[in-house]
Design a protein around this ligand. Structure first.
Ligand SMILES: C[S@@+](CC[C@H](N)C(=O)[O-])C[C@H]1O[C@@H](n2cnc3c(N)ncnc32)[C@H](O)[C@@H]1O
Length: 251
C-alpha cells in the first residue's frame, strides 16, 4: 500500500524533481533569443520583467540581449536562489534583480515596464487572469511575450482532453487565447508554436533522466507517475497541443 503524503510533500517532491533540470518547463534558448531579436518598437533601454522565471533561463537571455536590469519573479525560493547563483556565474549579477514573490500580486507602479516575458508560468494564474493582472504594469506600447499551453486544432483526442481537463481546465485554443488577450487590452502581434523537439531536448528528456536519480519517497513516486503520464500523452498527441508564444502589445 502507498504511504499517504500531503500536498506540501507533493510540491516539495515536484521541486526536487526539477532541481538540477535547467528548464522548469518546455522552452528553448535559440527560439527565445530569436523572439527577443524580432520584437518591434521597444525603447532603447527597455524595462524588462520575467514573471514565473523559474531558475531564470530566459532571465539570463533577456539580460544578455537587452542589458539593463531584468526583474525576475518566482514564488519558489530555491529557483530564485539558483538564478542568483547562475547570474553571478555568468557575470550578470548586476543585470538581474531576482525576487521571490507572487507574480499575481505585484505592487509595482503602473506603466513601469516596457516588456513582460513569461514562459510556461501564466497558467498558474490562468492566462486571462495573468494578462489582467500584468496589463497595468506595461507602459503605452509595451509588449508582453507569454507562452501558454494551447490546443492547436478543433479536433482533440479524448485521452488528451480527459487529462488536461483535470491538469489544466483553463487550457484554451490559440483563437480563444487571442480573444482573451484582446479582451484584456492587448493587440495580438504574433502567435508562434514551440517545436515539439524543444520539449524533448530541453525539458522532458532531462526530466526523465532525473527520475532515475531522485529518492523515491511516496510523494516522489506520485510526482513521477503523474509526470510520466504527461510525457506519454505528449509523445502521442503533440500535434494537437503544446506551448504557443503570444506576442502582445498594449492596445
Ligand atoms: C513551468 S515553470 C516555468 C519556469 C521558467 N519560466 C522556465 O521556463 O523554466 C512555472 C514557474 O512558475 C512559478 N510560479 C507558480 N505560481 C507562481 C506565482 N503565483 N508567482 C510566481 N511564480 C509562480 C513556479 O514556481 C515555476 O517556477
Amino acid at each position: 500500500m502507498t504511504e499517504p503524503f500531503n500536498e506540501g510533500a507533493y510540491l516539495a517532491a515536484l521541486i526536487e524533481l526539477h532541481a538540477g533540470v535547467e528548464f522548469k518547463g518546455p522552452g528553448d534558448k535559440d527560439y527565445s533569443r530569436a523572439l527577443m531579436a524580432g520584437l518591434p518598437g521597444l525603447p532603447p533601454d527597455p524595462r524588462v520583467a520575467d514573471l514565473g522565471c523559474g531558475s531564470g533561463v530566459a532571465t539570463l537571455l533577456l539580460a544578455e540581449h537587452f542589458g539593463g536590469v531584468v526583474k525576475a519573479v518566482d514564488l519558489c525560493e530555491a529557483f530564485v536562489e539558483d538564478l542568483r547563483c547562475d547570474a553571478a556565474a555568468a557575470g550578470l549579477a548586476g543585470h538581474v534583480e531576482a525576487i521571490c514573490a507572487d507574480m499575481g500580486a505585484l505592487d509595482w507602479p503602473p506603466a513601469s515596464l516596457d516588456l513582460i516575458w513569461s514562459e510556461g508560468a501564466a497558467y498558474n494564474l490562468g492566462f486571462e487572469r495573468a494578462l489582467t493582472r500584468w496589463r497595468p504594469l506595461l507602459a503605452p506600447g509595451g509588449l508582453a511575450v507569454i507562452s501558454e499551453m494551447s490546443w492547436f486544432a478543433e479536433e482533440r483526442p479524448a485521452a488528451a482532453v480527459e487529462y488536461w481537463q483535470v491538469a489544466y481546465p483553463g487550457m484554451a485554443s490559440e483563437t480563444e487565447n487571442a480573444a482573451h488577450a484582446r479582451r484584456t487590452g492587448f493587440e495580438v502581434l504574433d502567435i508562434r508554436r514551440l517545436p515539439a523537439e524543444a520539449w524533448w531536448r530541453n525539458y522532458y528528456g532531462p526530466l526523465e533522466a532525473r527520475m532515475g536519480q531522485v529518492e523515491r519517497t511516496p510523494a516522489m513516486a506520485a510526482v513521477i507517475e503523474e509526470t510520466t503520464m504527461e510525457i506519454d500523452l505528449f509523445r502521442r498527441y503533440s500535434d494537437y497541443y503544446g506551448y504557443s508564444f503570444y506576442v502582445l502589445r498594449t492596445a
